[in-house]
Design a protein around this ligand. Structure first.
Ligand SMILES: [Zn+2]
Length: 146
């Protein structure tokens, strides 16, 4: 049986230097959560991240984040100037696994966005990406490329 309206399953492609930028931002923000935006291009079923914006967490909390709206706006302006599209966001979990919390799922309103979570709760950092729609999160394939 064919699904009459298949959801595209994206593969997220992240440059190693951008992964390192997300990780450094998370470590610098400890003990609090860090956050930011990802932007780039969609090529078929691949979301190619071209730029990562490390932004301030207004909540200054280790369990919540709110992206500074002014920084959000200037990141979006930069995306327009660079001819790239918003692809989603990321935040860190200093103490919990790399999966969306109930609150993360409740606050995720954009099914076209990728929600990336970096966990620092394990001996090694773990970065995962999720599609969140109608109250449920499904993992996306994430590949870190040189
Ligand atoms: Zn979270």
């Amino acid at each position: 049986m064919n699904d009459p309206c298949p959801m595209t399953k994206y593969v997220i492609q992240l440059k190693k230097s951008d992964y390192e930028k997300i990780l450094a931002h998370a470590l610098n923000s400890l003990p609090n959560e860090s956050c930011g935006l990802i932007a780039g291009n969609i090529d078929g079923a691949a979301k190619i991240i071209e730029r990562v914006y490390t932004l301030s967490n207004l909540d200054e909390s280790r369990q919540h984040f709110t992206i500074d709206p002014k920084e959000h706006l200037s990141a979006v302006k930069d995306m327009r100037a660079c001819g790239i599209s918003p692809l989603g966001n990321f935040h860190s979990h200093p103490d919990t696994p790399a999966r969306p919390s109930e609150e993360d799922i409740r606050l995720a309103h954009d099914p076209s966005a990728s929600y990336m979570i970096l966990s620092l709760a394990e001996p090694e950092p773990v970065l995962r990406s999720f599609h969140i729609e109608r109250g449920s999160a499904s993992p996306e394939e994430l590949s870190v490329v040189p």
